[in-house]
Design a binder for this molecule. Structure first.
Ligand code: 5GP
Ligand code: MN
Length: 335
């Protein structure tokens, strides 16, 4: 993988471009993809965002979201667009299997592939150019850096700015995590001057759920949470029936894991959801406990130091039992 700076000169040559991101795209995945989209179309590129799966309803207000092609829902159309691509941007993931059923299609493409991402341990051999920086708050911050450093600051209009704001806001927990650096705040000041309405964006993302999601959270906190004070850990296991009973949709469970860390003294929070194809784990920590390594070692996953995910093919009760056994090995680290 060559450094992204070596790619800057390609930006001015119009190409057929596909932007893609990880499955079940979150605020940073969708924000960075659409922010880059609104930038590249101004340079004359023909651009399509292809997402591996569907995404949460609270992202659907974003400018350009209605044009995003869902690979799972529109496979034929998506495959045609991917096969015609001259340039592929991979945003907010760094290992091809995070694109689920798109993995083999992406690996098979011969076009130039550009990585922009902030997760640990990138699969460098899969990309032509790229930037991988784990100190960055979000992929949106990195797309902002790309636009500024390649000399196109004047192309940051309200659409670009609004999309990029989403990912920085969501990935920093509304600017509270350590990665919300002085540079991030300078970037936000720049976006504000481009006219973004940050209050409206915050409301669109965090105040647009249905009643059933709030009732589900109440139910889950009361009935599905276990706290292990001896390990400073709290976990939550959500069954298929819970998802069905509360009509839970993509995005409704996002952020649930963070409640666990609001208990005083709890340093490690884990939630597992019984999805159709796998048991999907989310891990969060505070301070020196490395959930990226934990997820990689035990749950075929990865992510960041304090926020990671993984999965298991075991039934729910089995994967929860395994987790509790593994936890014993970490007793001293979690003190
Ligand atoms: P979340 O718990 O919000 O799904 O994910 C937390 C972080 O870990 C995100 O940055 C996400 O991209 C990453 N992540 C989630 N699941 C996986 C996984 O299965 N593998 C890897 N490598 N990263 C993951
Ligand atoms: Mn991200």
């Amino acid at each position: 993988m060559e450094p992204i700076t070596a790619f800057y000169s390609h930006l001015s040559i119009p190409k057929k471009v596909v932007i893609t991101t990880h499955q079940k795209p979150d605020g940073d995945a969708m924000g960075s993809s659409l922010g880059l989209y609104h930038f590249l179309i101004q340079l004359g590129h023909s651009v399509t965002v292809v997402a591996p799966t569907n995404w949460a309803d609270f992202l659907k207000w974003m400018p350009g979201c209605d044009k995003v092609v869902d690979f799972e829902a529109k496979r034929e159309q998506a495959n045609k667009i991917l096969n015609e691509a001259e340039l592929l941007f991979c945003l907010d993931f760094n290992i091809m299997h995070r694109t689920k059923h798109m993995e083999n299609v992406l690996l098979g493409l011969n076009c130039v592939k550009v990585l922009i991402d902030h997760h640990q341990q990138p699969q460098e051999s899969a990309f032509t150019y790229g930037v991988s920086n784990t100190s960055k708050s979000s992929t949106c911050e990195m797309v902002f850096d790309l636009i500024i450093n390649s000399g196109y600051a004047d192309k940051i209009n309200n659409d670009v700015a609004s999309c990029l704001y989403v990912g920085v806001m969501t990935d920093t927990g509304s600017f509270r995590f350590p990665a919300a650096s002085a540079n991030v705040h300078r970037m936000i000041a720049f976006l504000k001057e481009k006219g973004i309405n940050h209050t409206a964006i915050h409301e669109n993302i965090y105040d647009s759920f249905l009643e059933n999601r709030l009732r589900f959270i109440g139910f889950a906190l009361l009935n599905r949470m276990e706290v292990f004070y001896e390990y400073n850990t709290a976990i939550m296991a959500i069954t298929k029936n819970d998802l069905f009973r509360f009509r839970i949709k993509t995005g409704d469970t996002e952020g649930l894991v963070n409640y666990l860390l609001t208990i005083e003294g709890i340093r490690f929070g884990a939630i597992v959801i019984d999805r159709d194809e796998e048991r999907k784990w989310s891990f969060r920590s505070k301070g020196a406990f490395d959930v990226n390594t934990f997820a990689r070692l035990h749950f075929d996953g990865g992510g960041h130091f304090n926020a990671a995910g993984g999965s298991s093919k075991d039934p729910l009760e089995v994967t929860v039992r395994n987790f509790k056994n593994i936890l014993k090995e970490y007793e001293t680290q979690l003190q």
